[in-house]
Ligand binder design. Structure first.
Ligand code: HEM
Length: 321
């Protein structure tokens, strides 16, 4: 075979793999324009009312979208309740601290009143995450809509969620599987500018290391003391990822620079030269972080979106029709 044919074949395989990994179905910005023109404002107003009451909900809403998309694609499968015969994603240890389900229900109810059977739960999760980011002071990005709700939610699929103990190369691999570059992975990790983690997610760093005090040597020693103190109250004690837990900003990257990244998977981004330069770039330039984060979120929101015949518009987000 001539070299030019080999190159063509290689390119074809590459394109096919890429589009299979990252297929963009018929999503569009004004998907519900005619059928339900007030969708966006219903979501925005309901999210904003809820966050005025409880600003700490912004993190959980953003995390819910991530956990939906990384498991079986963005198909609202995270919202499905377990049944007698099926343990759903929701009940996986990785999802037990997720919050915000009631808010998604409230939005869905209001939308169903206006336009029954039209708007998917998966789209509501994507829009709510976006509005939470904006409400918390982060960037505004437009979410293409038209996702269908999935009909599968199995606890075992949550194996695809990256655990907090992942190191740099594990993270790169996990995100590459969904078509993301290293830069996009670091930008998406910046979602940890919002919210908290519980001791159970970071206590691995406070003992068992091969250092004199057993503490992860990449952890700032004063920060380690604060965390150890906190964890005395038990596995559910919470610590914020950065100094501004309800504000979407670039302080998360400053935290990594000072050895105050909360999870192994956070601090590791400052550990290798490849990701450290990206961290430094975002710590120096918030606008750049906002731009890259927005673009990566739009891409994340399109992971394995279901075609019309592969999904449904769930009438109740908690169960398959
Ligand atoms: C890079 C790999 C990631 C890992 C290993 C990871 C892991 C975790 C863990 C362990 C927690 C704390 C859970 C707890 O203790 O209750 C957490 C919280 C959070 N994650 Fe991630 N995450 C990652 C990426 C992301 C991404 C891509 C997003 C969104 C785009 C995200 C959004 C959040 C938010 C906002 C919180 C705080 C939630 C709250 O306040 O309740 N994470 N993450």
């Amino acid at each position: 075979m001539a070299i030019s044919h080999l190159i063509e074949l290689f390119l074809l395989i590459e394109v096919t793999i890429f589009s299979a990994q990252f297929s963009v179905h018929a999503l569009s910005m004004d998907y519900y324009g005619m059928q339900c023109p007030f969708t966006e404002s219903i979501v925005r107003n309901t999210v904003s009312k809820a966050l005025q009451k409880d600003p700490t909900l912004s993190g959980p809403l953003l995390r819910m979208h991530f956990h939906d998309c990384f498991v079986e694609g963005c198909d609202g499968s995270i919202l499905i309740d377990s049944t007698k015969n099926n343990k759903a994603e929701k009940d996986s240890p990785a999802n037990l601290s997720l919050r915000g389900y009631e808010l998604i229900d409230e939005i869905k109810e209001e939308i169903e009143d206006q336009c029954p059977g039209v708007i998917s739960c998966a789209d509501i999760v994507a829009m709510a995450a976006r509005d939470a980011v904006l409400w918390a002071g982060g960037p505004l990005y437009d979410v293409p809509k038209g996702r269908k709700d999935g009909t599968r939610s199995k606890i075992e699929d949550t194996i695809n969620l990256p655990p907090p103990t992942f190191n740099g190369s594990d993270l790169i691999k996990a995100f590459r599987q969904h078509g993301f570059s290293v830069q996009e992975m670091v930008a998406l990790s910046g979602a940890h500018t919002l919210g908290v983690a519980r001791c159970s997610s970071f206590k691995n760093r406070l003992s068992n290391f091969d250092s004199t005090d057993g503490v992860d040597p990449t952890l700032n020693s004063n920060f380690a003391k604060t965390l150890s103190q906190k964890c005395k109250s038990g596995d559910n004690a919470e610590a914020p990822f950065d100094r501004t837990r309800i504000t979407f900003d670039n302080d998360y990257y400053n935290a990594l620079q000072s050895g105050s990244g909360l999870l192994t998977s956070d601090q590791t981004l400052y550990g290798s030269p490849r990701t450290r330069s990206i961290v430094n770039g975002y710590a120096m330039n918030q606008a750049r972080f906002f731009f890259d984060f927005s673009q990566a979120m739009v891409r994340m929101g399109q992971i394995d979106v279901k075609e019309d015949n592969e999904g449904e518009i769930r009438l109740n987000c908690h169960k398959i029709n």
